[in-house]
Design a protein around this ligand. Structure first.
Ligand SMILES: [Zn+2]
Length: 106
């Protein structure tokens, strides 16, 4: 099973929204974010603890990562990045930039 299929099997992609700061992000889970900020583990530590990449990449979504930043993480499957980019593109005014010719759809 390829990496994207593995992620897709276990986790739905988190909804993509324009966040309060105006940045297009995955919809944050406030509880997950609270737990991360409360510690005792930070993301670097968590990434070294042997959790599956599928769970790790979902965590990035649950903490409300920006879609543009998500695309730069080595743990993000490229197909999932493309899906997220397309959703972000659909939320953006102006011409399509996602390369998927998505204008006029939402
Ligand atoms: Zn587009």
């Amino acid at each position: 099973m390829d990496w994207y299929a593995e992620v897709k099997k276990h986790h739905k992609m988190q909804e993509i929204v324009v966040a309060d700061d105006g940045v297009i992000r995955f919809r944050q889970n406030a509880i997950v974010n609270f737990l991360l900020e409360a510690g005792p583990f930070d993301l670097n530590q968590i990434s070294m603890m042997g959790f599956s990449r599928a769970d790790y990449t979902q965590l990035m979504q649950l903490i409300g990562y920006s879609v543009s930043g998500y695309g730069e993480l080595s743990t993000s499957p490229s197909k999932l990045v493309r899906r997220a980019d397309r959703k972000a593109c659909e939320l953006t005014d102006g011409p399509c930039w996602c390369g998927d010719d998505c204008d006029g759809q939402s």
